[in-house]
Design a protein around this ligand. Structure first.
Ligand SMILES: Nc1ncnc2c1ncn2[C@@H]1O[C@H](COP(=O)(O)OP(=O)(O)OP(=O)(O)O)[C@@H](O)[C@H]1O
Ligand SMILES: [Mg+2]
Length: 490
């Protein structure tokens, strides 16, 4: 049984005479204040237990001999008094069979107004306490709570000499940026970014968003990608670039009033080494959003039944990171893993992802890339899940010029000093990755020969390379014919 919502749900739980509640989450301070909020009006005394101090009624003295969890629970059980008994960091309780038994009995024997709440035992009801414990999962703090914390914290910072320079819109943006964190973590971030330079201003907002994404990605199949790749690093793909510029404007507030829906995402498929992953990175940078990668491979391989839960938890985390670009590289990988021999785990995980892609809130732009579209379920590309499917083909001569030029410049060589046209003419069928390899290979050869880089070194590299489009001609032909009519040329 799972119930989620702030104090309201806790009130319901207490009123429904649940004897044993397991509180998920790590925000002990917030939980304690929620309990005070709910128990106060009901005139229920609040007891708390810690392994260090034992059991004590709030404002009163400790109960001797109750640091041992079994003793403490026996005390609760014998006293038959109404009250809320909060066991903070109750892990030690689980190691003691007597304590476990007593806790279960407290869950079964319902004395009106008596509730035991366990914290710090994880985000599920521990197996040993099922089915007598009920889970209370506090929702992350809402805007009002964050706003209240912010007023308090900013006032404190100001009175110790820090400058706060946020207009109302920026302050509202800060509240959004902190959503999804515990109040403790949110407050810590605000203090950290203010104290570092004595000032909290517009410049800190993006850094705070990033720091939040980092906190949320811990222990999950998500990875926050720091990248300095921009669209200028991507040669060619002009159609895709133009589409992205147009879509990107859909995130502007004015676009809402105009009636535009928020951009949802894009699937990039195509020939290996043509810049799909590169573009995924560049999108985030050009829109000033955080980039988070979801590694579907890391979802699998965990314990049975855990996969779907891990996927769900990861997607929950992504939601509170918004606005964010979610990058699912080689998305087909996740759906092939395990094949038919994994008891249907892959297809259930897939179901979770597909469902989420449909239902997810605005502000999450999904960039999925795929080399093997035949492995993808057709429903993935349904409208509403993503906006467009692009096929990234081998570069045209004009695109090859842009790619070669970009890679020469990136390494400090002026492209005008080379016969780029000659290189382009001898690299028909080469991918962007192969063109990069030619530039790098030529640099090595020139350096070894104690010579500056010349066009000849580039041409030699090009002649020696057999491109994938030759080595795997059939595969690439198959890809291309799939793309015809199904995808837009990038
Ligand atoms: N259009 C391009 N412009 C500039 N560089 C490119 C381009 N395409 C590929 N490259 C170079 O090749 C490298 C590999 O490309 P990338 O990883 O983006 O290819 P991909 O399409 O994702 O390949 P795969 O299908 O194998 O995942 C890039 O890091 C970049 O240096
Ligand atoms: Mg790639």
């Amino acid at each position: 049984m799972v119930i989620s919502d702030p104090a309201k749900d806790l009130r319901t739980l207490l009123a429904s005479r649940r004897g044993l509640i397991v509180a998920a989450g790590r925000d002990e301070a917030r939980l304690t204040s929620m309990i005070r909020l709910v128990a106060g009006p009901l005139r229920l005394p609040i007891w708390s237990w810690t392994v260090a101090a034992g059991l004590a009624v709030s404002g009163g003295r400790g109960q001797p001999g109750t640091t041992d969890p079994a003793q403490a629970l026996a005390f609760v059980s014998d006293s038959n008094q109404p009250g809320v008994y909060v066991f903070l960091d109750a892990k030690p309780l689980l190691d003691d069979p007597v304590a476990v038994r007593l806790a279960r009995e407290l869950g079964q024997r319902q004395v009106p107004g008596r509730t035991v709440i366990l914290t710090g035992v994880g985000d599920q009801v521990p197996t040993d306490l099922q089915p007598d414990g009920v889970l209370f999962r506090p929702r992350p703090p809402d805007r009002a709570e964050i706003d209240e914390m912010l007023s308090r914290t900013l006032a404190g910072l100001q009175s110790s000499g820090m400058a706060i320079r946020l207009d109302p819109a920026q302050r509202a943006e800060l509240v959004t940026s902190l959503a999804g964190l515990t109040l403790v973590d949110a407050e810590r971030l605000v203090i950290e970014y203010t104290v570092s330079d004595g000032l909290l201003g517009a410049g800190d907002l993006q850094a705070i968003r990033r720091a939040k994404a980092e906190l949320l990605a811990v222990d999950s199949p998500l990875e926050l990608i720091a990248t300095d790749v921009t669209m200028a690093n991507v040669g060619g793909l002009d159609h895709l670039k133009a589409w992205l510029v147009e879509r990107g404007r859909g995130f502007e507030p004015a676009a809402r009033q105009f009636g535009l829906p928020m951009p949802r995402g894009v699937l990039l498929t195509g020939v290996p080494g043509t810049g799909k992953s590169l573009v995924a990175k560049a999108i985030a940078a050009s829109w000033g959003m955080a980039l988070v990668a979801l590694d579907t491979g890391r979802i699998h391989g965990s314990l049975v039944g855990e996969s779907e839960q891990r996927m769900r938890a990861a997607l929950d985390a992504v939601e509170v990171m918004a606005p964010v670009v979610l990058w699912v590289d080689e998305i087909e990988k996740g759906f092939r893993a395990g094949g038919d021999n994994d008891g249907g785990v892959s297809s259930r995980v897939l179901g979770v992802l597909l469902n989420w892609l449909q239902e997810r809130p605005d502000g999450i732009f999904v960039v999925a890339t795929s080399n093997d579209v035949s492995a993808l379920p057709p429903e993935l590309t349904r409208r509403g899940r993503i906006d467009e499917v692009f096929f990234v083909d081998l570069p045209t001569p004009v695109e090859r010029t842009a790619v070669v030029t970009a890679h020469l410049s990136a390494r400090g060589w002026d492209p005008r000093a080379f016969d780029v046209a000659a290189v382009v003419a001898s690299t028909e069928g080469y991918s962007g990755a192969e063109l990069e390899a030619i530039v790098v290979g030529a640099l090595y050869a020139a350096y070894a020969a104690n010579s500056p880089l010349t066009t000849n070194f580039l041409l030699t590299e090009a002649h020696e390379m057999v491109p994938l489009s030759v080595l795997r001609a059939e595969d690439i032909d198959a890809l291309r014919s799939w793309a015809r009519g199904r995808a837009v040329r990038a």
